[in-house]
Design a protein around this ligand. Structure first.
Ligand code: SAM
Length: 343
């Protein structure tokens, strides 16, 4: 298959409904992955530390307006015990995720947790953060404490679409989100971003532009997955593509991104499993190389309900055929190559 890299070809590839083309594209994504980042799948033990959030994103189940959510916050000890569990399972890395909070008590606690996890595991734990938009100072403090990767999805790279998915106020600013991504890059993090796929209003051209946005930003890691409506959110009332189409689009997005950026890390995201029990395995076949098993305690998992059916998902991803990078950080080769160029 010839490389699909220009905007019009990306749009046509996403738009195409031919099954044979989709299968060939997915196979090609898998082939390019094996050739460029190898056959290993790396793990990040996901710890969902709190569902308290100051944001009100129109698609998200833990948006602050959703009064039906029982809010929780894990203690420092609970977070550390999850991290130690990940190390005992030989995962190599953890990802600490939460609703967005910027108060000092929260940011100090994160710094303290990072330092303690690093100290207790002799620096062996790779730490990714996914804690939303934060000030440059906070991001620097967490980097200095020992976190070295950060995930912040742009959600939709088209500013007009972004505005339709978020309330119109300064707390939900596309420009601030983008600026945070640039801050992360300048500080020295491996930067991850991504989008939701199959959103209301979203067109194949938007998705093609999402891929080009990630390429032009020179992103190191990507976590993108299907939009899954949550009944307690305003967006759920709007039309979106059928399950099968969102799955197909998500797998194509992974394969096309792998063509555009052969050496980055791409996550097989959990949301895929809502649409297909084998969704994550299929994403690995299409070019993804990262899986984030949820290691949060059951009481937290049940309340971190971003989208419908998330809490009932099984974590038993079948990785029998996959070669797992146990005990390895599995950093982005794309990032490491850039750094080697600078040094
Ligand atoms: N607060 C952090 C942030 O804003 O990046 C991290 C937590 S946030 C809940 C994690 C991700 O969940 C978001 O980036 C968003 O893409 C995803 N998400 C939220 N609601 C979703 C939905 N209904 N369907 C699919 N993904 C969703």
């Amino acid at each position: 298959m010839h490389a699909i890299t220009d905007r019009q070809s990306l749009i046509s590839a996403l738009d195409c409904r031919e099954r044979q083309f989709t299968e060939e594209l997915i196979a090609e994504g898998g082939r390019i992955k094996r050739e460029n980042v190898g056959t290993k799948t790396y793990l990040r033990g996901l710890i969902e530390i709190s569902n308290k959030c100051r944001k009100d994103c129109l698609y998200c189940g833990i948006r602050c307006s959703n009064v039906q959510v029982e809010r929780y916050e894990m203690s420092e000890e609970e977070i550390i015990s999850c991290a130690l569990k990940a190390m005992a399972l030989n995962y190599g890395s953890i990802c600490i995720q939460s609703g967005e909070r910027c108060d000092k008590a929260f940011t100090d606690r994160i710094s303290s947790v990072i330092r303690k996890i690093k100290a207790l595991t002799d620096g062996r734990t790779g730490i990714t953060l996914s804690l939303g938009e934060q000030s440059r100072e906070t991001l620097m403090e967490w980097f200095e404490a020992g976190a070295h990767r950060y995930l912040l999805r742009i959600e939709a790279s088209n500013p007009m679409l972004y505005r339709r998915l978020h309330p119109e106020n300064s707390l939900h600013s596309y420009d601030t989100r983008l600026k945070t991504l640039y801050d992360l890059k300048e500080i020295g993090y491996q930067v991850g971003s991504g989008v939701m796929i199959g959103l209301p209003y979203q067109t194949p051209a938007d998705l093609a532009d999402d891929l080009l946005f990630l390429k032009n930003f020179d992103i190191d890691m990507v976590g993108m997955g299907p939009y899954i409506p949550h009944p307690q959110t305003p967006l759920a009332a709007l039309q979106y593509p059928a399950d099968g189409r969102r799955l197909e689009l998500s797998l194509k997005m992974v394969a096309l991104l792998r063509m555009l950026m052969p050496k980055i890390n791409i996550a097989a995201t959990t949301a895929l499993e809502v649409l297909d029990k084998k969704g994550r395995e299929k994403a690995l076949a299409a070019g993804a190389n990262i899986v984030m098993p949820n290691i949060s305690p059951a009481s937290s998992k049940s309340r971190y309900s971003l989208y419908d059916k998330k809490t009932s998902l099984s974590e038993d991803i079948n990785l029998e055929d996959a070669e797992i990078g146990f005990g390895e950080w599995g950093d982005s080769l794309h990032f490491l190559a850039k750094r080697a160029d600078i040094e």
